[in-house]
Design a protein around this ligand. Structure first.
Ligand SMILES: C[S@@+](CC[C@H](N)C(=O)[O-])C[C@H]1O[C@@H](n2cnc3c(N)ncnc32)[C@H](O)[C@@H]1O
Length: 245
């Protein structure tokens, strides 16, 4: 297993689903403002509006925490659990600004990590291949990272290329069940026999298990990743899917 230095974050990884965090912040401001007005008018609605404002502010705060801290801590544990040798070849599907891509590259000093993305800024603020490149340089791993602009439902790699397929919070963004199943099939197609897959995602994880099994994945497991990856509340929890080929 490769020893990994304490993570120091020199890079800037943006905010996931920035419109959601903004909507929570605006609703919090609206309810809190209305609560103040209600108190000024001696209306009995004041306490209810205040409670709603605090609830929305808490959801906004939790979303920001997950984007900036929680996701990094959880993925550090997921990657450590893999007990990597350090020379594996990995791919991060929907890598965005590189949170998982770069964490993996830090653990693979003799390996290589490919990142695939369409760089959609609706899914992550400031999402751009140049931002990911800058982050890889800032984190000192650019020598072992290669980025590709491509759709994860049609990967630009041969069969059986990777020892490790990773994906964080990306596949649920594909709008159709067929598209999500195609991404899962592609993930298994590019994995080498004996290779391992780790996907962390929200909402659609239940679909991935039958798609993985149909694509020939072995030992498929699903588990919750806990409050550090709750997107505002336990109703939008992240789960990890692991499998091998
Ligand atoms: C919420 S961001 C997560 C980024 C990164 N994995 C992380 O955890 O920080 C979702 C990412 O999936 C990418 N994405 C969404 N649909 C995609 C598709 N069909 N093909 C490639 N990338 C996609 C977005 O551009 C975005 O970078």
């Amino acid at each position: 297993m490769t020893s990994v230095p304490q993570v120091t974050r020199h890079a800037s990884y943006g905010i996931d689903a920035p419109l959601v965090a903004t909507a929570f912040a605006m609703m919090a401001a609206g309810f809190l403002g209305a609560g103040v007005v209600a108190f000024a008018l001696a209306s009995s609605a004041g306490w209810g509006l205040l409670a709603l404002g605090i609830f929305m502010a808490a959801q906004c705060g939790l979303c920001l925490y997950v984007s900036r801290r929680g996701k990094f801590a959880v993925w550090a544990e997921l990657l450590d659990e893999l007990r990597l040798r350090g020379d594996e070849r990995a791919v991060d599907l929907g890598c965005g600004r590189g949170a998982v891509l770069i964490a993996a590259a830090r653990r693979l000093p003799r390996g290589r990590v490919d990142g695939v993305d369409l760089w959609r800024s609706i899914d992550q603020s400031g999402n751009d291949i140049t931002a990911t490149t800058r982050n890889a340089v800032a984190e000192g791993v650019s020598d072992r990272i290669q980025l590709h602009t491509a759709d994860i439902t049609r990967l630009p790699f041969s069969d059986n290329t990777f020892d490790l397929v990773l994906s964080s919070l990306a596949i649920h963004n594909i709008p159709t069940p067929d598209g999500r199943a195609a991404a899962v099939r592609e993930a298994i197609r590019v994995l080498r026999p004996g290779g391992r897959l780790v996907v962390a995602d929200i909402f659609k994880v239940g679909e991935y298990v039958p798609a993985l099994e149909a694509a020939g994945a072995q030992a498929v497991t699903v588990r919750p990743l806990g409050w550090r990856m709750w997107w505002g509340s336990p109703f939008v929890a992240t789960r990890a899917v692991t499998a091998s080929k």
